[in-house]
Design a protein around this ligand. Structure first.
Ligand SMILES: Cc1cc2nc3c(=O)[nH]c(=O)nc-3n(C[C@H](O)[C@H](O)[C@H](O)COP(=O)(O)OP(=O)(O)OC[C@H]3O[C@@H](n4cnc5c(N)ncnc54)[C@H](O)[C@@H]3O)c2cc1C
Length: 117
């Protein structure tokens, strides 16, 4: 409760929630597009997969960062669900190809005019 009403009714909190669902939906759609292209073309979809991996993992970091912010001080206390998720999600931008490597793959494909998007 803040200023006599639940935090969820504060416009700025709702704005955070809106940005979080946009990131979440966009991540899902990028992954579905890559999977759909793989299923329907049967060929290599390296660029689309890199776009999905980069977009979804960067989005996940933004979403959990906002979640921690919304929880305030409780969000960084050991044992809090969002604190656990914050640490669990951070490595996603490192393993299975770091974000820098995904950008390298995507940028090279764009420069070569090879993207199918
Ligand atoms: C939780 C976790 C689980 C893992 N699980 C596995 C696993 O099951 N199997 C496995 O084989 N490995 C696993 N790894 C290792 C993971 O794949 C590597 O950490 C990852 O590939 C990055 O390699 P590195 O740590 O040696 O970093 P480095 O390659 O030293 O990179 C350090 C930084 O430099 C950047 N960088 C590197 N090259 C370039 C470049 N050419 N241009 C621009 N920037 C660049 C990177 O993006 C990164 O930011 C795991 C890592 C983590 C954190």
């Amino acid at each position: 409760m803040q200023f006599g009403k639940p935090l969820a009714e504060q416009p700025l909190v709702q704005a955070h929630l809106a940005d979080m669902i946009v990131d979440l939906d966009a991540a899902r759609l990028l992954v579905l597009r890559a999977a759909h292209q793989k299923d329907t073309t049967g060929g290599r979809v390296t660029t689309e997969v890199s776009i999905a991996k980069l977009g979804a993992t960067e989005a996940a970091s933004r979403v959990i960062d906002r979640a921690v912010q919304l929880f305030g001080g409780r969000g960084v206390m050991a044992g809090a669900v969002v604190e656990h998720l914050y640490r669990a999600i951070r490595p996603l931008r490192i393993y299975e190809g770091t974000s820098e490597i995904q950008r390298t793959i995507i940028g090279r494909a764009l420069a070569q005019g090879a993207t199918k998007s």
